[in-house]
Design a protein around this ligand. Sequence first.
Ligand code: NA7
Length: 546
Amino acid sequence: MVGPLETYDVVVVGGGFCGCYSLHQLRENGFSAHLFEAGTGLGGIWHWNCYPGARVDTEVPCYQLTSPETWETYRWRQRFPGRDELKDYFRHLDRVWDLSRDISYSSRVTAMEWNDAAHQWHLQVNNGESYCTARHVLLCTGFASKPYFPPIKNADVFKGETYHTSLWPQNGVKLDGRRVAIIGTGASGVQCIQEVGYVASQMTVFQRTPNTALPMENPDVTDSRREELRQQWPEIKKQMDLTFAGFDYEFVSKKAAETTKEERMAMYEKLFHTGGLHFWLGTYKDVLFDQDLNDEAYAFWRAKTLKRIKNKRAAEILAPEIPPHPFGTKRISLEQGFFEHFNKPNVDIVNLRENPISELVPQGIRTADGVIREFDVIIYATGFDSITGGITQMNIRGASGQYVKAKWDHGVYTYLGMTTSDFPNLYFTYGPQAPTAFATGPSSAENQGGWVIECLKYMRQQGYTRIEATRPAEENWREHVNEVANDGLFPKAESWYFGANIPGKPREALNYMNGWPEYRKWIWDNCAKKGYKGFTLSKLKDSQPV
Ligand code: NA7
């Protein structure tokens, strides 16, 4: 634990990909930096997400940082690494970069206040257990650090055990032979269900919206494949820089509308069997813009999926004839045997659209039809106050005395998805109005963390001690982000991409949906290379610039 009023050039909050990368780069560039991490270890979401089956949906080698000293010596074991492998990767980063010497673990930044006289942030850790100051603060709190519990009536009367997937006990939970309810079928729900389904004596899934999950296809990375990837990595990296989502594959260059149905079916067949997210982010781009083409892609997915579900009632709930939303406009998950679980006699599914949960009772869950189902364990796989929650929950007070939460209560305003006016010298990565939903931790770390560090170097070189986004710049950025997001089928879905998963949250675009190459033009060509256009820079008299 650092002592009271320790002063740093930069405080980094959060020890996931963005935090690790930024801490290392800051130190390499001569800044004094310290990282506060609420968990007991590195990994960010991969520290907290230790529920059964937790696994990343981005494939190796794209899901890694690109500094040679980190990838040259790491041996990935699976195409889509599981949680233990990801934690192991973070231990590797720690070893290679000696990160922990500048990290305080079990240390949550609970409040921050800007001191305009000193051009400094004053930070409070663990509700006043310790304090420090920093000229700059970089929030690397990720897009999913504030878990969401839906307001279920009498939630506290249940006598069994309840868990949220993202707050899962690090030493595990006994589920073998127990009666388990799982609420939610997003990415976490699907992964959890397909593991719990093997061990629970009875598993009931409470689904609100079907998940058009795609087959993961997750072979081990053989020695020869690993060697092949190592040799191809410099080329793969170049390719990743050119793609929409920072993967090593891209949307098909041809428009679906210019193809025959036979061509499209052949393409869909190939993409579907490639596994991963290819059928979503490697398909024809106009599928996400044209309703007829989109319906066709859904019908393809449905036909494939129905073949796997023998139980007719479950099939209609999991893969209904009418799509719940245009295909691909909510986050698609990857699955491994998920649908087959619903063929088992001890697995049931409740369609919450027809039969919502009315309340919890001591022995389990009562649904609107009056039926009580009894459970030993209830698992909330109900997601997060995504993208903004990790920032707004921190009590951050800006130059005018207002809190970020209050500023964003009726709509998010950021400049370039990394800063917000009235909060000088505050930066965030993997957050609102950035490519977040179609990005990965590593791509956000290097693109956005890299930009922030260049900005700090520029300020140091020029003697600036304060930088603040202007209001017009963030108004323009907000307008652009919303304009791009509303062009296509995405707004038709009730998704966290638009804040729709949290009751009362403003409905607006929380992601920049034009992909990394366009985003990079904005942050570099239209801003940094123009002397940080859209920002006001100033100097503190008699101050040592950092
Ligand atoms: P998600 O993807 O937000 O999924 C949350 C799930 O919980 C989803 O199925 C929701 O249904 C369901 N949910 C939310 N509120 C309720 C209520 N009130 N009643 C019933 N069901 C509810 O979170 P995950 O943790 O799975 O994944 C987060 C991201 O991590 C994921 O997108 C990947 O990027 C990785 P809904 O669909 O809203 O009807």
